[in-house]
Design a protein around this ligand. Structure first.
Ligand code: SF4
Length: 407
């Protein structure tokens, strides 16, 4: 398939898509601004939300907000309307198949969903985590996930990803402390745009979000993991967090829940994660959506132990770490629409956590927030778009035999 070439628009100087040095360079070429003037405007834009001279840089409008109370504060899901074809700095190519352009013509516009999740910190004040989307829909086809029901509509540009942070901070007035790529989409399926978005978010002249406060969550695409591991060796990237969605630690069950496992089985993923560059006090995170009657048995906990322990042992021995380096987040299943499974009972979650302790797996329970408004993990997605799904559910992941990430 040939890539779609989207011509640069007049609006090439698009701050949300560019880090400060890229912006200074583009503003110098397109607008004749000095480097000093460009950097001043860039800082002002990201630090105060003031858009003087950069009015056309504002993010996609928020068209819907839903709020759901939780013991730690209000969970806020917001929806932004983005064009069917992306229109910000188009040199970041976002569409990979010619046929995709035809499919996208079915839509006047699309919607992204983001969630602001409060958490009471040590100071007693709520801090927010922003869960951002990297795609509209998703091609990974995880059976428990609402987004999967949409198929992949298109990937988001760096500006559309950073625009979620900008909208939260300056439209809703909530500056998030943490950013997690756990909304719609598989971030490593949109690798270049996600890495560029992180470059913008962590830029000291701009949003200045510490890299240690940013997490990328993936189903474990080995090709993407290899590239991201390389990126982590670059200055300023060491402390980026990785979360790998496991959901089953035995191949046949995992393949039935996550089609990506058919081409990238657990042994290859385990091998790859053994070489994951965990710097300093960092941890490698696993995510496990606990689904009643599917993956919540004693045997399932034993499988997790067999998967996780060798990775943790590797970090402890090879890197002389004394505390667990691998952490498993247990996420009680949040039912998607038309779900064949209910949410788990509290005592089933506690029992499973107890079995994980017996397996010497360091595990925590993710507190459920936003479930009633379909804003919890695995529940994002537009029902309207789902009915017009233009891209079939499939995993196009190219398997790489025996990948050694560190290599
Ligand atoms: S769980 Fe994540 S990777 Fe899987 S279908 Fe949903 S959004 Fe995509």
């Amino acid at each position: 398939m040939n890539p779609v070439t989207v011509e640069p628009t007049a609006n090439r100087v698009y701050a949300l898509s560019l880090d400060s040095s890229q912006f200074a360079s583009e503003a110098g070429l397109a607008l004749g601004w000095s480097t000093q003037k460009a950097l001043e405007r860039y800082r002002q834009f990201f630090r105060t939300g003031a858009s003087a001279g950069l009015e056309s840089n504002l993010p996609a409008p928020i068209v819907r907000q839903l709020r759901d109370p939780s013991p730690e504060g209000e969970v806020l899901k917001f929806t932004q309307r983005v064009p069917a074809l992306p229109d910000d700095a188009q040199r970041w190519r976002v569409i990979t198949a010619t046929s995709a352009a035809t499919r996208l013509s079915h839509f006047d516009s699309l919607e992204t969903e983001s969630v602001l999740i409060p958490m009471i910190g040590r100071t007693g004040k709520p801090a927010y985590t922003l869960c951002v989307s990297s795609q509209v829909g998703c091609a990974m086809g995880c059976t428990f996930c609402e987004t999967a029901q949409m198929g992949l509509i298109r990937s988001l540009t760096p500006g559309e990803i950073v625009g979620q942070w900008f909208a939260a901070t300056y439209v809703l007035g909530i500056r998030p402390r943490n950013i997690v790529f756990m909304g719609m989409g598989e971030p490593l399926d949109n690798y270049d745009n996600v890495v560029q978005a992180i470059s913008v978010l962590k830029d000291h002249n701009g949003a200045a979000v510490p890299i240690s406060k940013i997490s990328v969550s993936t189903v474990g695409r080995l090709d993407g993991l290899r590239k991201l591991a390389h990126q982590l060796h670059q200055p300023g990237w060491h402390r980026l967090n990785l979360a790998v969605s496991i959901n089953a630690a035995e191949d046949s069950l995992r393949s039935s829940l996550m089609p990506v496992n058919r081409s990238m089985p657990l042994a290859d993923l385990q091998h790859a994660l053994m070489h994951w560059p965990v710097y300093g006090g960092g941890k490698l995170c696993f995510e496990y959506v606990l689904i009643p009657g599917v993956n919540d048995s004693r045997e399932d906990a034993a499988h997790i132990g067999r998967l996780v322990r060798p990775i943790d042992d590797h970090y402890r021995t090879v890197r002389a770490a004394v505390t667990p380096r691998v952490m498993l987040n247990v996420i009680p299943y949040n039912p998607r629409r038309d779900s064949p499974w209910p949410a788990p009972e509290e005592d089933a979650v506690d029992r499973f956590l107890g079995w994980l302790t017996e397996e010497t797996v360091y595990a925590k329970r993710r507190r459920t927030k936003g479930r009633r408004m379909m804003g919890a993990c695995g529940q994002l997605g537009s029902e309207a778009i789902r009915g017009r799904r233009p891209v079939p559910l499939s995993v196009s992941a190219q398997a790489t035999p025996n990948p050694a990430i560190a290599g």
